[in-house]
Design a protein around this ligand. Structure first.
Ligand code: GDP
Ligand code: MG
Length: 297
C-alpha cells in the first residue's frame, strides 16, 4: 500500500472505488449518467468540473458501462498535470511565500517542505515566522525548526511581519542559505489588512532579492472542499499564487476537490498532505493519485 493509497482510503471507499460496483456491467442508460454525476458531485469535484467530465465522456460515445469506467479514469487523469519543479534554484537566495487561511496547515506544511528541501534536495533552508498575530503561531514554527534543525527568524507577537521578513532575508544572506520560506497569517475576514501585509512582505523581500518571491504557495485544507476553492479565488485576487499544497487528504472523503483546483484555478498542485507527521507530505503525482482513488495498489 502506497502512502497515497493510505491517505486516500476514505475517498476511495466512499466514492471512486464504488463506481465499478455501482455501474456493474451492461449498457449505459440515463440512470448510469445520473449515478456518475451524483458520485462526482458528492466527492466534491464541483459542478463545473463534473459537467466537464460528463461532457467529455458523452462525447466519446461509449455504450457499455465497462468502457465508461475505463474512460472515466482517463478523463480524470487528463485533468491533472505533473507539477513543475519549484522555482528555487540558480540564484543566491530563493524565497517561498506561504499563504492560506488559518488552520489550513501552513505551518505544518512549511516544516514538511523545509525538511524535504533539506534532506532530499540538499538545500540550506531558513524560515521566517511571518505569522506574528499569535504567540502560539511563532512558537509552533520555532518548535518545528528545532526538530528539523532549520533556523527560524522570529520577533515578538504583534510585531510587523514585514520587519521579520527583512531580518530573515538579511540572516539568509549572512548565513549563506539557499531558500527562505515565509510563514504568514491567514486572516481572510480582514481581507484588506492581509493584502496590505502580503504586499509589504513582497516589497521588503524584493529589496534584497529583486525577483522575489519565486513561489507563492497557497495551502488549502482538503476537508473544506468547495469552500477551499472559494478561498483560493480570493487569494488569487490578492497575490500572484504560483501553486497549491492540499493538506489533510488523509482525513477527508473529498478528494474530488483536487481536480477542481486544476480545472477551475488553473494552478499546479505541488504537494499533498496525508497526515500530521514530518514525512506525511508527498510530491503530487497525477497517475498515482488517480490510481489510488480507484484501487488499493
Ligand atoms: P496554519 O494555521 O495554516 O498554520 O495550520 P497548522 O499548520 O497549524 O495546522 C492546523 C492543524 O492541521 C494542525 O493540527 C496540523 O497538525 C493539522 N494538519 C496539517 N496538515 C495536515 C495533514 O496533511 N493531515 C492531517 N491529518 N492534519 C494536518
Ligand atoms: Mg500557522
Amino acid at each position: 500500500m502506497t502512502i497515497f493509497d493510505r491517505g486516500l482510503s476514505k475517498t476511495r471507499q466512499s466514492f471512486f472505488g464504488r463506481i465499478a460496483q455501482m455501474l456493474g456491467s451492461g449498457n449505459i442508460d440515463d440512470e448510469t449518467w445520473d449515478d456518475i454525476e451524483a458520485i462526482l458531485i458528492q466527492a466534491d469535484m464541483g459542478v463545473e468540473t463534473t459537467q466537464k467530465v460528463l461532457g467529455e465522456l458523452r462525447r466519446r460515445g461509449y455504450t457499455r458501462t465497462d468502457e465508461l469506467q475505463a474512460g472515466l479514469r482517463e478523463v480524470l487523469a487528463s485533468l491533472l498535470k505533473t507539477p513543475p519543479p519549484l522555482n528555487i534554484s540558480g540564484r543566491p537566495l530563493s524565497i517561498i511565500l506561504i499563504v492560506g487561511v488559518n488552520g489550513s496547515g501552513k505551518t505544518t506544511s512549511i516544516a514538511k517542505l523545509a525538511n524535504r528541501l533539506g534532506v532530499i534536495n540538499q538545500r540550506k533552508v531558513i524560515l521566517a515566522a511571518g505569522d506574528t498575530f499569535r504567540a502560539a503561531a511563532i512558537e509552533q514554527l520555532q518548535t518545528w525548526g528545532e526538530r528539523i534543525n532549520v533556523p527560524v527568524v522570529a520577533n515578538k507577537p504583534g510585531s510587523d511581519p514585514a520587519a521579520v521578513v527583512y531580518d530573515a532575508t538579511a540572516a539568509a544572506n549572512a548565513r549563506g542559505k539557499d531558500v527562505l520560506i515565509i510563514d504568514t497569517a491567514g486572516r481572510l475576514h480582514t481581507n484588506y489588512n492581509l493584502m496590505e501585509e502580503l504586499a509589504k512582505i513582497k516589497s521588503v523581500s524584493q529589496r534584497v532579492v529583486p525577483d522575489a518571491p519565486h513561489e507563492v504557495l497557497l495551502v488549502l485544507d482538503g476537508t473544506t472542499g468547495q469552500n477551499a476553492l472559494q478561498q483560493a479565488k480570493k487569494f488569487q485576487e490578492m497575490v500572484d499564487v504560483t501553486g497549491v499544497i492540499v493538506t489533510k487528504l488523509d482525513s477527508t472523503a473529498k478528494g474530488g476537490m483536487v481536480f477542481a483546483i486544476f480545472t477551475e484555478l488553473g494552478l499546479p498542485v505541488h504537494y499533498v498532505g496525508l497526515g500530521e507527521g514530518l514525512n506525511d507530505m508527498v510530491l503530487f503525482n497525477p497517475e498515482n493519485f488517480v490510481k489510488s482513488l480507484f484501487d488499493e495498489n
